[in-house]
Design a protein around this ligand. Structure first.
Ligand SMILES: *Cc1c(COP(=O)(O)O)cnc(C)c1O
Length: 388
């Protein structure tokens, strides 16, 4: 590759060090590759990380959230309040247990569910609130649990993107009701695929274990019983050992992500200013350097001021060697959800943001000068297509 063609920057990329690769090889050679001692060690380490609360791991974040709903006993006839701006897994799991997702609009600044609007969506059928911490920025957790307490609702935190995020100095997951994380490859801490659920007590943990393996309980040497319908959602030792190694690297990853995010704010603002685009209305994320784990850096494009759509902006960035992502289109715009009677116009902030949100590259192995290149590329495209 010549010096004039910089390497393509994907919107994200996992980092695995040599220790991780060696640890995986060791598990493969050990003769025990599926759920076993490494899983037990990973769960114990996570439990310790979350202040001693019980933790169980699953094959992916989707299974983790589905099992959280099952542990709570949510099913047919129940309603769960959630956000329309999330990975569709969030509401798909609600449907998959036979319950009904109720979508509340987002706050356009945080891009998370607007907790001020939740009370208006509560009915006698409401059983739980499932907030999502988009890009790792938590909602107002005090307000969330006050609301849940007032209306006697369970909380299942979809903290898939919030591993390492904080609330008032405490780790997300170290307190609260049920808290679900994903270890999918794009997440801040990955096991390639996987997830974990932080639970309240041993009884819930036992139930979660049953749901993840066919509803099975064992007794004595040869006793088995199945009393609930479970699936096959266990995490393997190969995955668990990756998680154990990732945990050691997490503090360094976090520091790096935050540093890159700070650079984005500086460089995007100064590029916008020198292009005299300050008034254009490009929306940056909340500048939070206390709670967020900076899972993603997302901007909202000022589409009403542009002659092109988001797809064209993404195409032109790609031509400059810059990968971007969409996290996420509004869930109620999907055919499955439209066919169930949901309307995107019921949540206008989510409708606009789902159309105009863009994820810029952010991952620990990025170079400092990548940020400048990305910011220049984006601002150049906005300038070129600005409505006159
Ligand atoms: C990644 C993610 C999930 C699902 O996790 P998987 O491990 O991909 O199943 C759910 N919700 C949110 C917000 C996510 O980002």
């Amino acid at each position: 590759m010549s010096a004039s063609t910089p390497a393509f920057i994907p919107f994200t990329r996992p980092s695995f060090n040599q220790e991780t690769i060696d640890a995986v090889a060791e598990v493969l050679r050990s003769g025990w590759v599926t759920s076993g001692p490494k899983l037990a060690e990973f769960e114990a380490t996570l439990s310790n990380y979350f202040g001693g609360r019980p933790v169980r791991c699953f094959a992916n974040g989707t299974a983790t959230m589905k099992i959280a709903l099952q542990v709570v006993g949510i099913g047919e006839g129940d309603e769960v309040i959630t956000t329309p701006i999330s990975w569709v897994a969030t509401s798909n799991v609600i449907l998959s247990v036979g319950a009904k997702p109720v979508f509340v609009d987002i706050d356009p600044i945080t891009r998370n569910i607007d907790l001020n609007k939740v009370a208006g969506a509560i009915t006698p059928k409401t059983r739980a609130i499932m907030p999502v911490y988009l890009a790792g920025l938590p909602v107002n957790i005090d307000q969330l649990y006050a609301l849940a307490g007032q209306h006697q609702l369970r909380v299942i935190e979809d903290a898939a993107q919030a591993f390492g995020s904080l609330w008032k100095g405490k780790k997300i997951g170290s307190f609260g009701d049920l808290v679900s994380f994903s270890f999918q490859a794009n997440k801040n801490l990955t096991t390639v695929e996987g997830g974990c659920l932080v639970l309240n007590n041993a009884e819930e943990a036992k139930l979660a274990e049953k749901f993840r393996l066919q509803g099975l309980t064992r007794q004595g040497m040869d006793g088995m019983d199945v009393d609930v319908l479970g699936g096959k959602d266990n995490l393997t030792d190969v995955n668990a050992v990756i998680g154990l190694e990732q945990l050691k690297q997490l503090p360094a990853y976090q520091t790096r992500r935050a540093a890159l995010a700070r650079q984005y704010f500086d460089v995007i603002r100064s590029e916008m200013k020198s292009a005299q685009l300050d008034q254009m209305g490009l929306e940056l994320p909340v500048e939070d350097f206390t709670d967020s784990n900076w899972h993603m850096f997302q901007v909202i494009l000022p589409l009403e001021q542009l002659t092109v759509d988001r797809a064209q902006v993404m195409t032109e960035l790609k031509e400059l060697g810059i990968g971007t992502g969409v996290h996420y289109p509004i869930i109620t715009g999907f055919t499955l959800y439209k066919n169930l009677g949901y309307k995107t116009s019921d949540t206008p902030h989510a409708e606009r943001i789902g159309r105009s949100i863009l994820t810029l590259p952010l991952f620990p192995a990025m170079h400092d000068d990548d940020i400048g290149r990305i910011a220049k590329g984006l601002v150049g495209i906005l300038q070129k297509h600005r409505k006159s």
